[in-house]
Design a protein around this ligand. Structure first.
Ligand code: DAH
Length: 353
């Protein structure tokens, strides 16, 4: 007769519990997988400890009480060991109770390609973050404006070349409506609101009737800055723009102001920074001068303040205009402005998110 079929005396409850206790204690739990195997064998719905509870339910009388206590103690012991062994493993998180099912196998989530921001948006954000921290508020204006907002209020004389058909896209001639040639038109709108002091930056797209080439385009973007208050000086303007240059090009950058002309500022200047490519030694980018121009600026002409209803005896202010494309091309050494508008993802994805 096969020895396994020999009748054997059933174990007492004490013996059964003791034997299970030993088997569980001898079970090696080296890693998360072994912890899960341990849980399945002893504590899951069909586990050995759980099954003893089913048998226990059939008991009655005084035995029920003592076996119940011993069985509870065994379960606690086995559970404690499992919790300890699997603490900190992913398995513990997935199967947090003795009766919880094993983690369901699932398909991995699809991996979508991650998008990235356009380099012009990144530069704009960098600029506006800086001015925003100084208390400049964001403002915007329409791209189709009348002659007054683009030219008249800004003190462009009637025969100023910038009004010429060559530069401006006219939408309507009588009355005149045009595609704004600069974001200085937003200055006018903001000043005419009469809310002073005024500290604002206005990003936006502008249009010029120019031949498209590697260096210029008929549409591009600017950020206009304007600060109007009592006692604003050119020194205030210099300090802000110097800090701005450091923000963009790092602490070693140097700046210089060259006298210039804009109808709406007096005095007017253009600001150069030391060429970041050759550190001022002279190269192709800076045309061997060691400097590159990054913006135009000046003190708002008192006549412009008056045109917009601001008392120029009491208030003064500064303004600046910065080309976003130009700055981005300088920062990233981009050789052709047309790359910005072709939306070739291989180009656009290179600059961050
Ligand atoms: N509007 C000028 C342009 O498009 C840029 C500019 C220069 C803006 C000087 C200003 C300024 O506010 O003060 O070329």
């Amino acid at each position: 007769m096969n020895p396994e079929q020999e009748p054997v005396a059933p174990l007492s409850w004490d013996e059964t519990l003791e034997s299970l206790r030993r088997v569980a204690a001898a079970f090696e739990i080296g890693d998360a997988a072994a912890a899960e195997a341990y849980r399945l064998r002893f504590l899951s719905k069909k586990g050995e400890v759980t099954r003893l509870f089913e048998a226990f339910r059939a008991l009655s009388g005084p035995e029920k009480k003592s076996v119940g206590q011993a069985l509870n103690a065994l379960r606690t012991e086995v559970e404690e060991r499992w919790k300890e062994a699997s603490a900190g493993t992913a398995q513990a998180a997935a199967a947090s109770g003795a009766t919880a099912p094993a983690a369901a196998p699932q398909l991995p989530a699809p991996v979508w390609g991650r998008g990235s921001r356009h380099p012009l948006s990144l530069t704009r954000r960098l600029m506006l973050d800086f001015f925003g921290e100084l208390g400049f508020r964001w403002s915007e204006g329409p791209e189709i404006v009348d002659d007054w907002h683009n030219f008249g209020a800004l003190h462009f004389e009637a025969d100023h070349p910038a009004r010429d058909m060559q530069d401006t896209f006219f939408v309507n001639l009588d009355p005149v409506y045009l595609l704004r040639t600069h974001t200085s038109s937003v200055q006018v709108k903001e000043m005419m609101k009469g809310l002073l002091p005024l500290r604002t930056v206005s990003p936006g797209r502008v249009y010029r009737n120019e031949t498209v080439s590697a260096r210029s385009h008929m549409q591009f973007h600017q950020v206009e800055g304007l600060y109007i208050d009592r006692d604003v000086s050119f020194a205030d303007l210099k300090k802000v723009l110097y800090d701005f240059a450091i923000h963009l090009f790092g602490p070693d950058v140097q700046i210089r102001f060259r006298p210039s002309y804009f109808p709406f500022t007096e005095p007017s200047a253009e600001m150069d920074v030391t060429c970041f490519l050759c550190s001022g030694q002279g190269c192709n980018v800076c045309k061997h001068s060691g400097w590159v121009e990054i913006l135009g600026c000046g003190m708002v002409d008192p006549q412009v303040l008056e045109n917009c209803g601001i008392d120029s005896e009491v208030y003064s202010g500064y303004a600046f205009g910065i080309g976003i494309e130009r700055l981005t091309m300088l920062r990233h050494r981009i050789p052709d402005i047309r790359l910005f508008y072709e939306n070739d993802v291989r180009f656009v994805k290179q600059f961050g998110v």
